[in-house]
Ligand binder design. Structure first.
Ligand SMILES: *Cc1c(COP(=O)(O)O)cnc(C)c1O
Length: 356
């Protein structure tokens, strides 16, 4: 098998085969505290409540929303793709009165429209890097104008791949996942909560497992830790290794690597005569959407192309999701996968299977 999008940083492999300690073992707690500190650096925040939540990115989304929403709370949600849709649905299920601000899939959200949607929302929620379309939304502009509202941002596809500046941008809650640009296996949702948001956590969130008030007691460093649930020690150990590798490389250097690989990928796709879906002004480097061409080889569906890439070249690319199903391919270039050799391999493979 060649490199696929779920190819973690090599440092992770060693962490995954280390002996499994207890979740209250002092050695593990030290590793947990260090992981939280590494996540603070990567989120560019000093937020005390910063931790790897048990569960995938979606658990981070759910935790962010259920802990800030009491029934009837007004929540403005930006929707320009599948994950914005998901945020709106999670907020609705938490009992919010959701005010949707839509933009067409493939275009960025309008920050002014988000800010003008309601005079005094409890919170504004948006996706930074919309993985379904390859579009980057402007978070800083919303943070600058949010007034008394809290700002909740999905950084699942952005963290570790492009700039995410939680404190500078005025983000109150950001969550991510372990398996995309952070280059660890799936299973954890890094999350960070500002003091301002912490003061407004609802008293009785509609989830016991994801109650950040309870979880905060477990991750606080030093004495006085209280048991909430058993931390997935092996996953934390893997994330510890991946974040360590990222910080050793340097956050800016990792972003630059993603930028260069993303640019080389986009250039190469255009040289193959393919059309990129997201506009160049808001295009993500780490997730490139390309329009499925009309002239596929005879008898080949777009799914056949993806199957061939995987079977013959060991390269996995994503199908279109939601309303873009069948219309685009989504090519991830994330974390340890964002390497020039992988870009070159994908371009050669795609050229061959498309007969271009
Ligand atoms: C992948 C993704 C999610 C969901 O994360 P899971 O780890 O699959 O639960 C949420 N938001 C965005 C923007 C994503 O790309």
């Amino acid at each position: 098998m060649g490199p696929g999008p779920s190819n973690p940083y090599p440092e992770v492999a060693a962490a995954l085969v280390r002996p499994v300690t207890g979740h209250l073992d002092p050695a593990f707690l030290e590793l947990l505290d260090e992981t939280c500190e590494r996540l603070r650096q990567i989120f560019a925040t000093t937020n005390a409540l910063t931790l790897p939540l048990s569960g995938t990115g979606s658990a981070g989304m759910e935790a962010s929303l259920v802990n800030l929403i009491d029934p009837g709370a007004t929540v403005v949600v930006g929707v320009n793709g599948l994950f914005g849709e998901r945020m709106a649905e999670v907020a609705r299920r938490a009992g919010a009165a959701v005010v949707r601000v839509d933009a067409p899939w493939g275009e960025p959200l309008d920050p002014n429209a988000l800010l003008a949607a309601h005079p005094s929302p409890t919170l504004i929620a948006m996706v930074h890097a919309e993985t379904s379309t390859g579009v980057c939304n402007d978070v800083a502009a919303v943070g600058a104008g949010k007034a008394d509202a809290l700002l909740v941002v999905d950084t699942v596809t952005s963290l570790g791949g492009i700039d995410v500046r939680v404190d500078d941008w005025g983000v109150d809650v950001a969550y991510s996942c372990s398996q995309k640009c952070l280059g660890a296996p799936p299973g954890l949702a890094p999350i960070t909560v500002s003091e301002r948001a912490r003061a407004r956590l609802v008293a009785s969130p509609r989830s016991w497992y994801l109650d950040l008030g309870l979880i905060a007691g477990y991750v606080q460093a030093g004495g006085g830790r209280t048991y909430h649930h058993t931390a997935p020690v092996t996953m934390v150990s893997a994330l510890h290794a991946a974040t360590g590798a990222l910080l050793d490389e340097g956050i800016d250097a990792a972003h630059e690597r993603h930028r260069r690989c993303g640019q080389a990928l986009q250039d190469g796709l255009e040289q193959l005569g393919l059309t990129l879906f997201a506009p160049v002004t808001c295009r993500l480097p780490q997730l490139v959407t390309v329009v499925v061409p009309d002239d596929l080889p005879a008898g080949c569906s777009e799914a056949d192309i993806r199957r061939k890439l995987l079977a013959e070249w060991g390269i996995e690319i994503g199908s279109g999701a939601g309303q873009l199903a069948g219309r685009v391919w989504r090519i991830g270039c994330m974390g340890n996968t964002a390497r020039p050799r992988n870009v070159a391999a994908l371009l050669a493979a795609l050229g061959e299977v498309l007969g271009r």
